[in-house]
Design a binder for this molecule. Structure first.
Ligand code: HEC
Length: 216
C-alpha cells in the first residue's frame, strides 16, 4: 500500500468512527457539563447520573414505592402480537414531584416518570389475547417485562422540550443498571408531537392524580 493510500485508509477509518460517534444518542444534546443541574430543589429522590458521563442515568432505586398514576394497556393480542410497549404500562412518579404537581400544576426539575411494562398473565383463551377470571373477560397482570424512564431537566434536555428519555431494557427484570439518553427520534419526538401537557400524557393520568373529593 502506498503512503498516500495508507493515509486515505486511516482517514476513512477515523471518519467512520466519528460518523458512528456523531450518530450516537449524546449528539442530540448540546448542553455543557458545567451548566448541568447540580441539585434539584424540590426533589429528594433525585436522578443520579453516572460519575463518568453526566448524560447517563442510573436506574432509579425503589421506583415501585413511588406514587402510581396509571396503567395504560396495549396488549400484544390487539397489536399483531407485537405491541411497541407490551402490555400494561405501570407509571410511577416520585412522591415529592407528585405533591409539587398538585400544588403548582407543573412538574419540577428532576421529576422522573418510571414506566414499567407488565405482560398479561395466564393462558389466553381468546384470539385477542384475553381470558377469563371470576371478575370477567379481560387482561390480567403477569410477569414484568421492561422499564423506561423520562426525566425533566432543562439543563440537559433543552433540545427535547426539557425532558430526556431512557430505556432500561424491554425484557424480564433485572433491568440495566444505567442507560444512555435515547435519540430524540426514538422517544422524545412522539412525546413532542402527541403528549397532552409538558411532554407527559397527562390526560390519561389526570383522573387519579387530582385529589378525590369526599361527599359534601
Ligand atoms: C409512537 C409514540 C411514542 C414513542 C416513540 C415513545 N412513547 Fe413514551 N408514551 C407514548 C404514549 C402514547 C404514552 C402514554 C400512553 C401509554 O403508555 O400507552 C407514553 C408514555 C410514556 C411514559 C410515561 C409518562 C408519560 O409521558 O405519559 C414514559 C416514561 C415514556 N413514555 C417513555 C418513553 C421512552 C423512554 C421512549 C423511547 C424508548 C418512548 N416513551 C417512546 C408514546 C410514545
Amino acid at each position: 500500500m502506498s503512503t498516500a493510500s495508507t493515509v486515505a485508509a486511516i482517514t476513512l477509518a477515523v471518519a467512520g468512527v466519528l460518523a458512528v460517534g456523531s450518530a450516537s444518542a449524546q449528539s442530540d444534546y448540546k448542553g455543557e457539563p458545567s451548566t448541568f443541574s447540580k441539585s434539584y430543589q424540590h426533589i429528594t429522590n433525585a436522578p443520579e447520573w453516572a460519575a463518568d458521563d453526566p448524560m447517563v442515568l442510573l436506574q432509579p432505586k425503589n421506583f415501585r414505592r413511588w406514587v402510581f398514576i396509571g396503567a395504560p394497556l396495549t396488549p400484544n393480542g390487539l397489536n399483531g402480537g407485537h405491541a411497541s410497549f407490551p402490555e400494561f404500562h405501570n407509571v410511577y412518579v416520585q412522591p415529592e414531584a407528585f405533591q409539587y404537581y398538585r400544588d403548582h400544576g407543573e412538574w419540577p426539575e428532576g421529576t422522573m416518570m418510571a414506566k414499567e411494562l407488565q405482560l398479561t398473565g395466564g393462558k389466553a383463551t381468546e384470539k385477542d389475547g384475553s381470558r377469563y377470571e371470576p371478575s370477567g373477560r379481560g387482561y390480567f397482570p403477569g410477569a414484568v417485562n421492561g422499564m423506561d424512564v423520562s426525566v425533566k431537566d432543562s439543563t440537559r434536555f433543552g433540545e427535547s422540550k426539557n425532558w430526556g428519555f431512557y430505556n432500561f431494557g424491554h425484557h424480564a427484570a433485572p433491568y440495566e443498571a444505567s442507560a444512555a439518553p435515547a435519540p430524540i427520534a426514538a422517544c422524545a419526538g412522539c412525546h413532542i408531537a402527541n403528549a397532552s401537557e409538558d411532554m407527559v400524557y397527562m390526560d390519561l393520568y389526570r383522573p387519579i392524580v387530582e385529589p378525590l373529593k369526599l361527599p359534601e
